[in-house]
Every structure is written in structure tokens, then in C-alpha cells.
Design a binder for this molecule. Structure first.
Ligand SMILES: [Ca+2]
Length: 474
């Protein structure tokens, strides 16, 4: 009898386990996985953005299967602040938020708004970061960006990984060159090409780690949110030689608007490019061959990043999870590659604020047709919440892009706002209006699009009057 009872008890336990795991699998299977790929300093100069001199087959293919947002603008032309807006869905409204260390500063004070991975984690997702997602690759701060006691985003990640290989620390990997050599400010070359496999630079290692994670996540019962952050094409412009070979003899289009603006609001002398890296005696703006040489190195870095993206997307497909995974490809801001006589970001001109955004959903309608409405980075947070059936936090500045994912021609509110120091810039369908404040004086700069002529004084007055209430107050 005792034996029979024990058997019955075991059967009941087995039945319970079977029932609960079935119902758990049912409960979680309707939640999509999220694969967010962040690329550092990526201009929308890609094949899928109509730039035929570029070799970017994997991003092009993703755009064919998904929705390319042709006019996506970032909230700030620098890594940490733009990523703050991606990860919180909010504008960096006040000067205290306009710092690359913004997320760590707020975390220390327990004042960071709910972050995108945190919302997914709190809703039952496994959340994993690989590489540079927030400002610090690996998500730790401290002298070498690896102090486990200083976490940049509290409560966001189930795990956060940064493989550093021979560079040993995230800080050295971020700005280093081949051979595990860390940057020496002003002495390390801005460009480098070396023979070797993809792992001679850190993105090869980041990609291998992401591929391993995707394979392990195939066994995961919970839905997952995997963010992978590649650090190229950020300076220094480095790549294995096979990517350089794609551009060595390629004829490049001329640099658009190459001259220094006559009204140089937020114009700068490219201190990151010319000051933090060496240029073998090449003179600023004097050597057009060197300018083309630098551009080819940037493009080689882009194709190197594209190849890593190809490996990640192929691993997703091989893991059998593609049909339940939403893919987002995002560039954290643009880069002036000689336009307006700037080599760098950190300004409020069009080139530094325009960045790639592609979203692919499983079984998507009208795949391959771009959405041309104005969109901005803080829209991504509410979009991913809505697509996953999660409640977005209150007070977001972004608006969900689900309408544009369903129908590419769906309109948006038609406004993107960008912030830099005391200045702000508004981008609408036809205009960019920048409000520049320095030493207590306010000035405005208007651009018309397409940018083939300058506005006349009457237009400046009218547009400034119409748009002035769109500037964002703290
Ligand atoms: Ca960046």
C-alpha cells in the first residue's frame, strides 16, 4: 500500500511538472525574442541607403527582409548620450544629461529612468549584453572600465559580456589597434589595416561571443533580449586587409558640402580625429589624397562590421529562432567624413545626426520597402515594448513605430529633436532649424532639404516663427 501511494505521489509530481512546463512554454512562446545590434559611429552610407560604392551585403539583406527607416535621427551626436536616449526612450533635456557618463551618473544616484533591457528583464526575459551597448563596452565603469562594483545600468542585464582578448580591458579594446596595443592619445594612428582573421580586432571577439550566446539561447525556455554592440567603425578606422581590398581601387563619390560653413554654429576643428590620433604629419584639410585614404579606411571598417553582422544573423537563423525574433539594427549617430570641413561627430549638422535604423519582424508585410517619415532614436523603446506586449514606462519622449512597420507610408509626428551642449536642432520633412546659445546669446541656423540652396531671410523668419515652440524645455 505504501509502495502504491509512493508510486501515485511520483506520478502526481511528474504530471504536475509536465503540466507546469507545458503551460510555462505556452505562456512564454508568444513573446518574441529581441536581437538589438548597435553599431558605433555608423553613417547611413550603406548599400541599402542607396550608396553603391559600399560593400554591405548583410545590412542590405536585412533591409530587404525588414523596414529601413530612411530618415532616422539621433538625440545627440555622441555615444553615451545617444545611447541614453535609446535605452531610456527619453530626451537628454538638461545640461546634466549631456555627458557621455550620463547613465552611470544617474545610476549612482539611483535616478536612472527604467531602461529598455530592465523593462524586458522585469517581464520575464533573459537579457544579455555583448560589447558596447551603453557608453562603456561591458557596462562597467572605473579606470579601465572593468570595475565590477561600478555598474553603468543597474538592474538591466542578466549578464553583460565584453571579451577583451589581448587588449585585456574594455578601455584598451575600445580605442586599440591590432596586437593588443592600447591607444596612446595623439600617438596611435587614426587608421590601420593588417592581414589576419576578423579576431585581430575586438569586434571579431564580440561577434564570436554573441554567436555562442545565440546558440545557448536556443535552449532557453524564457524569451530573450540580446543586445550586441560592435565598436567599428568608431576611430581608429581599422580592419583586416580583406575589407580594405574592397575599396583600395574604388572610385569614391565627391564629399558633399566640403567647405567650412560661413555661419559655423556647432562647427569644430575635429579634435577627436586630429587630437586623439596621429596622422603621420598629414595636414588638416590640405591633402585630398589623404582624405580619400581616410575615407577608404572608414569604409573598410564598415564592411568589417557588416561581415560581423552577417555572422550574427546567420547564427540566429541556424539556432532556429529567427521566426520568433525581432531584429533591430541601429547606428548611434552619424559622422562628418569631411562634409562641412569636419572629421568627426559632436556637432548639430545633418551628417552627425542622421543614422541607420532597420527593424525586421518575422513574417513582415511590405518587407524591403523603406519608411521615409522622420523618426528618432527614442522611438525604439516604445516600439519594442508594443511589439512584445509589454507596458512601456510613463513619460517616454518617443512614439511607437509599429504603424510604419505595418505600412511603410504611415506618417509620424514628423519631428526629430537633437541636443548638443546648450544648443538644439529640429529636423522636419523640409527643414533643419538649429538654435544655438552661447554666452547668453541665441542664434538660429536654418537648412532647407534637399540642401541645394540656402534659405532667404524671409524664409528664415517664417520657419523660425513656426517651429520655435517645438524646441524642448528642460
Ligand atoms: Ca558612437
Amino acid at each position: 500500500m505504501a509502495h502504491f501511494n509512493m508510486k501515485l505521489t511520483i506520478l502526481c509530481i511528474l504530471a504536475l511538472i509536465t503540466f507546469s512546463s507545458t503551460s510555462f512554454a505556452k505562456k512564454t512562446s508568444n513573446k518574441p525574442n529581441i536581437l538589438l545590434i548597435c553599431v558605433d559611429d555608423l553613417r547611413p552610407e550603406l548599400g541599402c541607403y542607396g550608396k553603391d560604392h559600399m560593400h554591405t551585403p548583410h545590412m542590405d539583406s536585412l533591409a530587404q527582409q525588414g523596414r529601413l527607416f530612411s530618415r532616422h535621427y539621433v538625440q545627440a551626436p555622441t555615444c553615451g548620450i545617444s545611447r541614453f536616449s535609446l535605452l531610456t526612450g527619453t530626451y537628454p533635456r538638461t545640461p546634466s544629461l549631456l555627458k557621455n557618463s550620463v547613465m552611470h551618473n544617474l545610476s549612482k544616484k539611483n535616478a536612472l529612468p527604467p531602461t529598455l533591457p530592465q523593462v524586458f528583464k522585469e517581464n520575464g526575459y533573459t537579457t544579455i549584453a555583448v560589447g558596447k551597448i551603453s557608453h562603456y563596452p561591458g557596462g562597467l565603469v572605473g579606470k579601465e572600465w572593468n570595475n565590477p562594483k561600478q555598474v553603468e545600468l543597474l538592474g538591466a542585464w542578466t549578464k553583460s559580456l565584453m571579451p577583451c582578448g589581448e587588449w585585456k580591458t574594455p578601455k584598451k579594446a575600445m580605442h586599440g589597434i591590432a596586437g593588443g596595443i592600447a591607444r596612446v592619445r595623439g600617438k596611435t594612428p587614426a587608421i590601420e589595416i593588417k592581414e589576419g582573421p576578423d579576431t585581430i580586432y575586438p569586434d571579431g571577439l564580440i561577434t564570436n561571443t554573441a554567436v555562442e550566446q545565440l546558440s545557448e539561447l536556443g535552449e532557453e525556455k524564457k524569451p530573450w533580449f540580446l543586445a550586441v554592440g560592435l565598436i567599428k567603425p568608431h576611430l581608429p578606422f581599422t580592419a583586416p586587409k580583406k575589407y580594405w581590398d574592397l575599396y583600395e581601387d574604388k572610385k569614391l563619390p565627391a564629399i558633399a558640402n566640403p567647405n567650412k560653413p560661413t555661419r559655423n554654429l556647432t562647427w569644430h576643428r575635429s579634435p577627436e580625429f586630429f587630437g586623439s590620433y596621429s596622422h603621420s604629419g598629414k595636414k588638416r584639410g590640405k591633402d585630398t589624397d589623404y582624405a580619400a585614404h581616410v575615407r577608404r579606411h572608414y569604409y573598410a571598417s564598415v564592411s568589417y562590421a557588416d561581415a560581423q553582422i552577417g555572422k550574427i544573423l546567420s547564427a540566429l537563423e541556424q539556432s532556429g529562432q529567427q521566426e520568433n525574433t525581432i531584429i533591430v539594427l541601429w547606428g548611434d549617430h552619424g559622422w562628418n567624413l569631411g562634409e562641412r570641413s569636419i572629421w568627426g561627430k559632436h556637432n548639430l549638422y545633418e551628417e552627425a545626426l542622421h543614422a541607420p535604423l532597420i527593424i525586421r519582424m518575422p513574417h513582415m508585410k511590405h518587407a524591403g520597402i523603406p519608411a521615409n517619415a522622420i523618426t528618432e532614436t527614442c522611438d525604439i523603446f516604445p516600439t519594442l515594448c508594443e511589439l512584445s506586449g509589454l507596458k512601456a514606462p510613463k513619460g517616454l519622449d518617443g512614439t511607437s513605430l509599429t504603424a510604419q512597420l505595418k505600412k511603410p507610408e504611415a506618417p509620424t509626428d514628423g519631428l526629430a529633436v537633437s541636443f548638443w551642449r546648450n544648443s538644439q536642432s529640429l529636423r522636419t520633412d523640409q527643414y533643419r532649424l538649429t538654435r544655438y546659445v552661447k554666452d547668453g546669446k541665441t542664434d538660429y541656423n536654418l537648412f532647407l532639404f534637399p540642401e541645394d540652396k540656402a534659405p532667404d531671410q524671409q524664409q528664415v523668419l517664417e520657419v523660425t516663427k513656426t517651429l520655435s515652440d517645438k524646441f524642448v524645455n528642460p
